[in-house]
Every structure is written in structure tokens, then in C-alpha cells.
Design a protein around this ligand. Structure first.
Ligand code: SF4
Length: 450
């Protein structure tokens, strides 16, 4: 069966995703309500092998003519095929004479992740076979620049993986899911979660990915119950500390017992006001569009949000937030989830050259609830996202379909298409995030506060 560059990209995104794209039960797919629409992959699908052979012949004909560049050319060698954004003529001996073609990928992306790099290595490899030339590099065109990448360090890995892909396609190799944070936006997330939960695979445990799974396999540990029973003195793994192993075993025990595991106490600051803050940024224009804040004093609480409807209003929004803080006279603690919030504050302060003592106070008064989990308390959850932790505590979002990723898209829908309903949905999601922080803080206060 043919292997395409699209298959390679999928395989390096997730081998299970590739496997399911070929053999997955379609009825189990659950396309993300908002992200799904922007991920239409049908244009990459190969219609038939015959069609590919014809297209590869056309590309070959253009190569024989010696065109300096070929756009959207198809190359084919053995059972490997690739559609290449651009093929560029270079001086290098090959089957067409004194010249050959190197592949260029056009990618409008900020970060170059492994699937794209491997797609380039693959395109160069197929180019080598197609032209009987030694093509050991490829180029990526992004941000108006050409970047040259050597295939040297990755070509062996690619060849080994092509053998695996062949076996998957022949039905000789089955793949099981590695459930991670990035699965949350995958159309197979529910199916994989069910498979993983049924198999009690070790990757259920937050912190176990492919590498640790492989190391545990050397000890015959493949599922959560066997990890829960392990004697730590029997486990020794390269590049995995005892502290890390201890955490993984406790996490396994928590999942088996369906109970939290307490590891230590937390000292929460005492202040008159508590702020539960969640910030969202726009991915396209690199600006913060909302600072959401649930303010609690005693038993009273209310939600406020500071909104920037365009990048030009970001400074004003941040200054309004600082002004609001002034009313609290420094007597507050600002609870948040992960390092993003203090980072946002620092970036905004430096972007607008704000040197107010409020900034120092703000950073000093911030309390990240995320590291408390792992260091002080372990829950029987698969991942420690704000949503998973709060859900376990019984908190439900008003709209369970919305999440952090969709909230960005909701904002963009409003920003680009003036969709007011989408904006209100995104604000409502932000307000639920703030409430979730409060629920979590109260739970921790009850369970492990000194
Ligand atoms: S849910 Fe996760 S493991 Fe399953 S296919 Fe998607 S990315 Fe891969």
C-alpha cells in the first residue's frame, strides 16, 4: 500500500492517529465542535494509486524538461509518495543528468515541530529514490525566509519508522494510544480515553509518555495496577529520579483506590481579598484580550472582567486592572493556574513600560495552584488540567464543550466576524475558569491547609 507525506505527518503527530486514520471505527470519531471545522484534511487524501502514478509521471516530465522550479509536484518511488509544495533545481548528478531537485515545504507556522521536520526528511528521501541522487537536505519556507535542514541525524529514524508504517498498513502491527494533554483536541479523544481506561495502560498516568512507558516495560510493568504495587527499591531507571518514580507510583495508587493521596501541607497567605484570575490572549494578534477575575471578600464574591476588544485597547485594559488593584491596598492574594498569568503581567508591564509598584506587588501576591498538585496532593485524574481537576471536584462548566483552545477560536470569531454570541460564550467560559479556581482553592484549604 502507498505511504504518503500526509501519512508521515500523521504518524509523527501520533502513531495511534495514523493507525486510526486507516482502521479506526468512523462512528467513534467525535469531531471537536469548533476546532473540527478548521481541520478539514480531505484535501490531502489520495484518491487512487493510479492517479498518483499519473501525477508522478507529469512531475517527471517537467523534471526532464529541466524546469527551474516545480510547484505541487508528486514524487513516487517504490511504495513511497509525496506531494511537494515546491521542487527546486540544483546542480547535483542524478537520473536526469547534471541536475536534480530538492524539496521545499511552505509552512506558515511559528514553531517547527517534529511532524513537519519529518515530512521534510521524508520528502528528501523520496526525492533521492525518485531521482537516484543523494538529496540529504530540504528547505522550509516560512516567515519570508528559506531555512535549510539536513536529513543526516533523522534519516535512520525515518527508515525504521517506514518499516513500522508498512507493518501497520499490512495489519501486522497494532498501536495503542498514549493519552496526553494534546489528546484533548483530537477527534479520537473519547475513543482513545476509553481504550486506555479499559486497558489501564500506564500512559493513563500524568507524566508517563512514550519514554517512561518503554522503561517500565523492561520491568514488565504495563498497566496501572502493576505500577501501583511496585516496590520503589526495585525500580531503577536512567534519567528518572527517585522522586519522580515515587510520584508515578503514588499516582497509580490514587487511580486504583480512586482516592486522593496527601503528601504535604500548604500554607495559604491570609489576606482580606482573594482574586481568582484567568487571562486569555489572542493567538493571531499577540495581545491579551481578557483579564477575568473573581473577587472574594469573606463570603461574598463577584466576577469582573477587563476586556480589550482590539490590540490598541490592551494597554488601557491592563491599566484599568491595575487601578482596580489599587482599591485593594495590596491586601490580596491572586490565585491562578500555571505560570502563564504572572508571565502575562510581566510582559504587559514591559510592553507598556509600566514601572508601578503595583507590578511588583502583583507578582509577589500571585499564588499558582497548579504545582500544589504533584507536590502536595495527588488526585485520581488522568491529566491535571484546570478542567479535569475541577471536574473531579464536582464542578461543571456551564458549556462543557468549550475549553481553552476553543475559547481562542471563539474570540477570533468575534474579532474577525463580529460574532457577539461567540464573545459572550468566551467570557462565560472565562468566568467559569475563575470559579473553578475558587472551588479548587477551597478544596485545598479544607484538605491540606495548615
Ligand atoms: S486521542 Fe491522543 S492517542 Fe488517540 S489518536 Fe488522538 S492524539 Fe493519538
Amino acid at each position: 500500500m502507498l505511504i504518503s507525506n500526509y501519512d508521515i505527518r500523521l504518524f509523527y503527530r501520533c502513531p495511534m492517529l495514523f493507525y486510526l486514520s486507516k482502521f479506526g471505527p468512523e462512528q467513534e470519531k467525535d469531531v471537536h465542535p469548533i476546532l473540527g471545522r478548521s481541520r478539514d484534511r480531505s484535501k490531502y487524501h489520495i484518491t487512487s494509486e493510479e492517479e498518483i502514478r499519473e501525477k508522478a509521471e507529469q512531475t517527471k516530465a517537467r523534471m526532464i524538461q529541466g524546469k527551474s522550479q516545480i510547484s505541487q509536484g508528486w514524487i513516487l518511488a517504490e511504495n513511497l509518495t509525496s506531494r511537494v509544495d515546491r521542487l527546486k533545481k540544483i546542480d547535483l548528478e542524478g537520473s536526469f543528468g547534471s541536475y536534480s531537485y530538492i524539496p521545499i515545504l511552505l509552512r506558515n507556522v511559528k514553531y517547527l515541530r517534529k511532524p513537519i521536520i519529518m515530512e521534510g526528511v521524508y520528502a528528501a528521501y523520496v526525492c533521492s529514490l525518485f531521482q537516484e541522487a543523494n538529496i540529504d537536505y530540504f528547505q522550509i519556507y516560512r516567515n519570508n525566509e528559506y531555512e535549510t535542514h539536513s536529513t543526516e541525524n533523522l534519516i535512520d529514524e525515518l527508515k525504521e519508522d517506514i518499516v513500522k508504517i508498512d507493518k501497520i498498513l499490512a495489519g501486522e502491527l497494532k498501536i495503542s494510544p498514549n493519552y496526553t494533554r494534546s489528546c484533548r483536541v483530537c477527534e479520537w479523544r473519547k475513543y482513545c480515553k476509553k481504550l486506555v481506561a479499559d486497558s489501564l495502560d500506564v500512559t493513563l498516568i500524568s507524566g508517563i509518555g512514550k519514554r517512561i512507558k518503554k522503561l517500565l516495560l523492561d520491568y514488565g510493568i504495563t498497566d496501572v495496577p502493576s505500577l501501583a504495587q511496585v516496590d520503589l527499591n526495585d525500580l531503577k531507571m536512567e534519567n528518572v529520579s527517585r522522586k519522580e518514580l515515587e510520584y508515578l507510583v503514588l499516582q497509580a495508587q490514587s487511580l486504583v483506590d480512586k482516592k486522593e493521596k496527601i503528601r504535604g501541607q500548604v500554607d495559604f497567605p491570609s489576606s482580606s481579598y482573594e482574586l481568582y484570575v484567568d487571562i486569555e490572549g489572542s493567538s493571531h494578534h499577540n495581545f491579551v484580550w481578557i483579564i477575568g477575575c473573581l473577587l472574594r471578600k469573606g463570603t461574598e464574591h463577584r466576577y469582573l472582567h477587563f476586556l480589550a476588544e482590539s490590540p490598541q485597547k490592551e494597554e488601557q485594559m491592563f491599566r484599568s486592572f491595575l487601578k482596580f488593584l489599587e482599591e485593594l491596598n495590596g491586601n490580596y492574594t491572586l490565585y491562578h493556574w500555571s505560570l502563564a498569568e504572572p508571565q502575562y503581567f510581566q510582559n504587559l508591564a514591559s510592553k507598556y513600560s509600566i514601572k508601578s509598584k503595583r507590578i511588583v506587588e502583583l507578582i509577589h501576591s500571585s499564588f499558582d495552584l497548579f504545582p500544589v498538585f504533584k507536590n502536595k496532593i495527588i488526585l485520581p485524574v488522568y491529566t491535571y488540567t484546570l478542567k479535569d481537576v475541577a471536574n473531579w471536584l464536582g464542578f461543571e462548566w456551564f458549556d462543557p464543550l468549550v475549553d481553552g483552545a476553543t475559547s481562542i477560536i471563539l474570540f477570533d470569531k468575534w474579532y474577525f466576524h463580529n460574532d457577539r454570541e461567540a464573545l459572550e460564550k468566551a467570557i462565560s467560559y472565562n468566568s467559569d475558569d475563575c470559579k473553578a479556581l475558587l472551588i479548587i482553592k477551597d478544596y485545598l484549604s479544607k484538605k491540606i491547609s495548615q
